[in-house]
Design a protein around this ligand. Structure first.
Ligand code: UT7
Length: 322
């Protein structure tokens, strides 16, 4: 049996950090409100001209270096993103060329905040099937580009960044299972109402913005994440106490705490980066994973549960032995 194992991780964050206090000087909010309701204290925001592809390339370079893998060895690049540099070519193609990995398969996956779990699932299937031996999986976003900076309900929540993993075929797990789902019936609880085919609006930023019914999203997210972690444990015949680390999507500390409670995990076994990164959508899980690895928290051989929930709705999880 062939499995996909994480050979290395990497991440990249824009230099510019915006604190809650800085936002409070621009919109009617406060550090107290943001920190209490979300756990967010700051976010990184891309510089003018700095793209999702730039961040993805930097994260990929770090992951390849950590894995000791040369770009020429890559068979597949999958980028989870909702904020690609261009309509086409895909951000994966742009990153591929900059890495010098020309010739391998490369494409983007749009599953909003679940983008990395979706991309990881796709790459895992390629490796399990024997179609690829080495895959680069990236979650990268510059959501700041389409935030409405006058809307306090959304602009305080998001940040920019990228995270990446190199997967290699191995005889031992590796990724034990992954579970991805979607329900398009929830489209209008969390969405951007314009696009190439639907058209743009005669509004600031052509109508591009995040529209979210926060309270409703919160409720569905908690329930849905409960279900997907149960599904993952059951599929692997695993007791929740056997998990070493929970590496959740970083949207809201209260959602993270609810999932941890469900798993009976103390918060010192949960990776939390939402305070420093805010919600970076598809980049959030791989950014948290890379932080966990580089800080020495996550060790080889440990059992990790990754999960995410986002617009669509989309959601998913992955259980892996690091
Ligand atoms: O990653 C994709 C998935 N996304 C999520 O998982 C996000 C899920 N939702 C959430 O995280 C939370 O619902 C929010 C953080 C977005 C909002 O927190 P909440 O505790 O649900 O607040 P709320 O929306 O119920 O708003 C409470 C009050 C309202 O005022 P009133 O009506 O009580 O007078 C809002 O107008 O807080 C007000 N408010 C703010 N006040 C200060 C909303 N945004 C702000 C703000 N600063 N930035």
């Amino acid at each position: 049996m062939t499995y996909a194992r994480i050979a290395g991780t990497g991440s990249a964050l824009p230099e510019r950090v915006i604190s809650n206090a800085e936002l409070a000087a621009k919109v009617d909010t406060s550090d107290e409100w943001i920190a209490e309701r979300t756990g967010i204290r700051q976010r990184h925001i891309a510089a003018e001209g700095q793209t999702t592809g730039d961040l993805a390339f930097a994260a990929a370079t770090a992951a390849l270096q950590a894995a000791g893998v040369d770009a020429s060895e890559i068979d597949l690049i999958v980028v989870g993103t909702t904020t690609p540099d261009l309509v086409f070519p895909s951000t994966a193609c742009l990153v591929q060329h900059r890495l010098g990995a020309n010739g391998c398969a490369a494409f983007d996956v749009n599953a909003a905040c679940s983008g990395f779990i979706y991309a990881l699932t796709v790459a895992n299937q390629f490796i399990r099937a024997g179609t690829a031996k080495t895959a680069l999986v990236i979650g990268a976003e510059t959501l700041s580009r389409f935030l409405d900076w006058s809307d306090r309900a959304t602009c305080v929540l998001f940040g920019d960044g990228a995270g990446a993993v190199v997967l290699k075929a191995a005889d031992e797990p590796g990724i034990l299972s992954s579970h991805i789902h979607a329900d398009g019936g929830y489209k209008e609880l969390l969405w951007n109402p314009v696009g190439i085919s639907a058209g743009f609006k005669d509004e600031p930023n052509h109508g591009l913005r995040v529209i979210m019914q926060g309270r409703d999203v919160f409720k569905v997210a908690v329930k849905t994440l409960d279900r997907v972690v149960e599904e993952t444990l059951e599929a692997n015949n695993l007791d929740r106490h056997q998990l070493d680390w929970l590496i959740p999507h970083q949207a809201n500390l209260r959602i993270i705490e609810a999932t941890a409670k469900r798993l009976d995990m103390p918060m010192d076994r949960v990776i939390v980066t939402v305070d420093k990164h805010a919600n970076t959508s598809a980049a959030s899980v791989p950014l948290a994973l890379d932080y966990a690895v580089r800080s020495g928290k996550v060790q080889r051989g440990q059992l990790l549960l990754l999960e995410a929930f986002g617009g669509g709705f989309t959601w998913g999880s992955a259980l892996l032995r690091y």
